[in-house]
Design a protein around this ligand. Structure first.
Ligand code: NDP
Length: 590
């Protein structure tokens, strides 16, 4: 019997087996962050050190993070006439994710016309339907110039302390360069997929050859560039650990350059059709004003459970996600429909593996046996075909992960695979404590730190304001929205934050923070939206979307994002602003 004939019951059993192989009691603790003995992995290989004197200054707004979230906050403030702000950024330029991720093949798998923010304002035409990382990075610089954001930028700078002073009603932000900034507002726009993690594989520190995380690609070791042949790999054996969305893009590029490539897999990715192609310039020119907002909303609708009348983007994301099989079914019939729908979509992806992969044994190992919302879906035209190449070898660990790393190679199932270069495509922290991901712990009213205030879990209004941290605004997934097109979320939330600052100034408000009652109401609303998630996750393999299947806890629940559609979240924020009473916020007038 081929997989094509597999029944739902058999798939259910296979999901259970694959999940159980992978469950680990240490959940998130299995990973290392890039500190202590792994600090060298955090080195910035891209920009020479910037030399400057420390700055001591008063400014109106300190924005932490120079990725799209921070940049869009700056752009929206600028549009409202507020230009007295600083943007503190760890990287050597704007870009955030797109500054750090320069690995070969790096691209955004969400359509560029809906992903790149403010295209109508900047007049920029992406060259491809799915933009490659260098173009997105250039676009970040263009946005920086367009909105004059470089003026207030402090690059290669990290916040070390952020403290509220009740007497002066000001924040003091101290950086690792000795800068001291005082400000009425702080906006934290970081910590989403910014803190890289390494797998806790025994011996990981022993490997003596070049080794790096994908978000710090070392072209000095590989030669070439994001688009180019990596000539220094021609005589090298490369090992890539991990097979998530990053590896799906890295593997085909490395396969083309390296003498040999070993891909170490714990759980196979689900990989759908990409259909990359160039932008039709005539079509782009013909778009009417307002087109981008319409297209963004149309895409978000299609990936959050409602198929729009006309699906404008029309790609595999929109075909795959328009039925949210995590919903609570209204009856047995609907439950059966959800399960079958999910199964059939995943079966189509498993069948795709058979269609593409020549060797049946390799094909078997590349099949994803889990539901479509267990792991982030991936889309690529060259990933699976890469495994048909003679120089590419899949080393499947049967769900166990790599056993050990030695000075010269990687051990799986008692066999050592010697490699010259080791690449960790092992992802980022997503569900660890917020202050840990930020790398600093803001101290609010009475000197109470966020880690103390949130010891039992986060408490916020809209994911933006939090009690006892006056005039601090957050743009993050912690109780904020989350979605396939993350730039949609950043666009809406940065606008919300900028307008909130403008309102406070216009109304003579000295401080604003969430009331504890409103925070509880917000949390209760979040809980009404988790729907059938717990039931759905119960059949999933572990991963960051389900907190690595760690023990359920109130703290984990309080870390949940808003699970409804981004469109509803945006409408809710807009209605809240328009209503005008700042309901649920505690304000004190100047
Ligand atoms: P992921 O967390 O998705 O993948 C990490 C990989 O490392 C997984 O395959 C994981 O296996 C594997 N791994 C972890 N520990 C071990 C171990 N001990 N032995 C072997 N393998 C191990 O990280 P990515 O960087 O791939 O992606 C992170 C996110 O970044 C994406 O989900 C997406 O949101 C974003 N992204 C977006 C892109 C875009 O185009 N828009 C492109 C790339 C990334 P296992 O699955 O078993 O845990």
């Amino acid at each position: 019997m081929s997989d094509h004939d597999i029944s739902l019951e058999e798939a259910r059993e296979r999901y259970r087996i694959e999940r159980e192989k992978r469950l680990r009691a240490d959940a998130n603790d299995q990973y290392h962050d890039l500190s202590g003995e792994f600090e060298e992995f955090d080195h910035d290989p891209y920009s020479p050190p910037i030399v400057r004197e420390p700055v001591t200054e008063e400014t109106q707004v300190v924005i932490v993070g120079g990725g799209f979230g921070g940049m869009l906050t700056g752009a929206n403030l600028t549009k409202l006439g507020i230009t007295d702000f600083k943007i503190i950024e760890k990287g050597g330029d704007f870009g955030g994710t797109w500054y750090w991720n320069r690995y070969p093949g790096c691209m955004c798998d969400v359509e560029s016309y809906v992903y790149l923010p403010m295209l109508e304002e900047t007049g920029f035409m992406p060259t491809m339907k799915y933009a490659y990382a260098p173009e997105i990075f250039e676009y970040c610089q263009l946005l920086g110039r367009h909105f004059d954001l470089y003026r207030g930028a402090m690059f290669q700078t990290e916040v070390s302390e952020m403290t509220w002073d009740d007497a002066t009603q000001r924040w003091t932000t101290v950086t690792d360069r000795g800068d001291v900034l005082t400000s009425k507002y702080v906006v934290i726009a970081g910590g989403v997929l910014s803190k890289a993690k390494l797998p806790g594989i025994p011996g990981i520190e022993k490997f003596t050859g070049p080794k790096f995380h994908t978000s710090r690609w070392d072209y000095a070791q590989t030669g070439g560039g994001p688009y180019d042949h990596m000539e220094k790999l021609e005589d090298k054996v490369v090992g890539v650990i991990g097979t998530g969305a990053t590896a799906v893009q890295v593997v085909p590029a490395v396969a083309r350059s390296a003498k040999e490539l070993f891909v170490f897999q714990r759980t196979p990715a689900s990989v759908g059709v990409r259909n990359q192609g160039p932008t039709d310039a005539e079509w782009f020119k013909s778009l009417e004003p307002g087109w981008q907002k319409e297209r963004i909303e149309n895409f978000t609708m299609a990936v959050t459970g409602t198929q729009p009348e006309k699906n404008l983007v029309g790609d595999t994301w929109t075909q795959m996600l328009w039925v949210d099989t995590r919903n609570v079914p209204k009856d047995d019939e609907e439950a059966a429909f959800y399960e079958r729908e999910d199964f059939e979509q995943m079966q189509a992806l498993r069948d795709r593996v058979d269609e593409i992969i020549d060797d049946p044994d390799t094909a078997e190992k590349l099949k994803p046996w889990y539901g479509k919302f267990c792991k982030r879906p991936c889309f690529h035209d060259d990933y699976l075909p890469a495994f048909n190449r003679e120089n590419v070898h899949l080393v499947d660990t049967d769900g166990k992960g790599v056993d050990q790393i030695t000075e010269t190679g990687v051990i799986v199932g008692g066999t050592e695979y010697p490699v010259d270069i080791l690449v960790f495509a092992s992802g980022f922290e997503v569900t660890t404590d917020y202050h840990h991901r930020l790398g600093f712990d803001p101290k609010g009213r009475g000197g109470v730190s966020m880690s103390e205030s949130w010891a039992e879990g986060p408490h916020t209004l809209h994911g933006v304001l939090t009690h006892d941290f006056p005039n601090l605004m957050m743009i993050s997934t912690v109780q904020g929205a989350f979605g396939t097109n993350f730039a949609h979320y950043l666009t809406e939330t940065s606008k919300h934050v900028a307008e909130l600052i403008q309102t406070c100034d216009a109304e003579g408000i000295a401080t604003i923070e969430a009331s504890t009652e409103a925070e509880e109401e917000w949390f209760n609303l979040l809980m009404t939206m988790v729907g059938g998630l717990a039931v759905y996750n119960a059949s999933c393999t572990p991963g960051y979307l389900n907190g690595e299947q760690g023990e359920p806890s109130m703290k984990a629940a309080r870390n949940s994002p808003y699970m409804g559609s981004m469109l509803n979240y945006a409408r809710l924020l807009e209605a809240w602003r328009q209503e005008g009473s700042l309901a649920g916020a505690e304000v004190a007038k100047a």
